[in-house]
Write a protein that binds this ligand. Structure first.
Ligand code: KIV
Length: 272
């Protein structure tokens, strides 16, 4: 099948599971608004994540904790309007699923109904399993997220690599198996040793998508604004920058200011 033919097909949770079976890598990027989501979708990305990293990237918070369910629904509905092909996964924000599986289900239902997203993502393993099962039992696909889970940053106290010690690595293996058994369609592994990520990708039959987890997993995810170089003070080792838009955009804005101040803009052709 040619790429052009395949591109016409909508990506579903089944598609990415099939990709794992065939050994085809899964591409995933974040998006939080219509305009960038349109570009990401048209470029042919497999999965768009409406990440709660919107809390940092769009709202300027220090952590992902403050973003609300209403705000996530706003971002997700903008992305869904742009996505004609990609599978849209929406992060469930902090405080909407931990501890109470009934509340978790209501939050997930609001995301699906009000944004039109195709699935949700939750951070954690054994401790949130009841919520995961309840959401899946309502027919909502769930992506898991293990390793460095930013909603637990105050528990970790640091953004350094997780599961370097055997005890935490063992819990991670156990959590991955539990999420698979609960019916998750995929798992994100964030910032863990590449060797452990490879082992987990082999241990479970569902796709494992890495960020800072090495190349021997089933796919990769990055925050769009980081890989485009729109953010510039965040430089983890795992980040590959494909553009330096921070400099390009501020350069263009400097030029605009100069043109306005010098009365170069607008010129005769730029007026009525
Ligand atoms: O919120 C987010 O952007 C994420 C990715 C880093 C996986 O969860």
């Amino acid at each position: 099948m040619s790429i052009a033919q395949r591109d016409l097909k909508k990506v579903t949770t089944n598609t990415i599971q099939e990709m794992k079976r065939k050994g085809e890598k899964i591409s995933m990027l974040t998006a939080y608004d219509f305009t960038l989501a349109k570009m990401v979708d048209s470029a042919g990305i497999d999965v768009i994540l409406v990440g709660d990293s919107a809390s940092n990237v769009m709202a300027g918070h220090q952590t992902t904790l403050p973003i609300t369910l209403d705000e996530m629904i706003y971002h997700a509905s903008s992305v869904v309007r742009a996505a004609t092909r990609s599978l849209v996964v929406v992060d469930m924000p902090f405080g909407t699923y931990q501890g109470n599986s009934k509340e978790a289900l209501s939050s997930a239902i609001r995301i699906m109904k009000e944004s039109g997203g195709h699935s949700v993502k939750l951070e954690g393993g054994e401790e949130i399993l009841e919520s995961v099962k309840r959401i899946i039992s309502a027919g909502i696909p769930v992506m898991g997220h293990l390793g460095l889970i930013p909603q637990s940053i105050y528990k970790f106290g640091t953004f350094t690599v997780r599961a370097k010690e055997e005890e935490e690595a063992d819990q991670l293996r156990k959590d991955a198996k539990l999420l698979e058994a609960a019916g998750c369609f995929a798992i994100v592994l964030e910032k863990i040793p590449a060797k452990l990520a490879k082992e987990i990708a082999e241990l479970v039959n569902i796709p494992v998508i890495g960020i800072g987890a090495g190349g021997d997993v089933d796919g990769q995810v990055l925050v769009l604004h980081d890989m485009l170089g729109m953010t510039h003070k965040f430089n983890p080792r795992f980040l590959r920058r494909y553009l330096n838009l921070y400099e390009d955009i501020t350069g263009a804005i400097h030029q605009y200011i100069d043109d306005v101040k010098s009365s170069d803009f607008p010129n005769e052709k730029e007026q009525y």
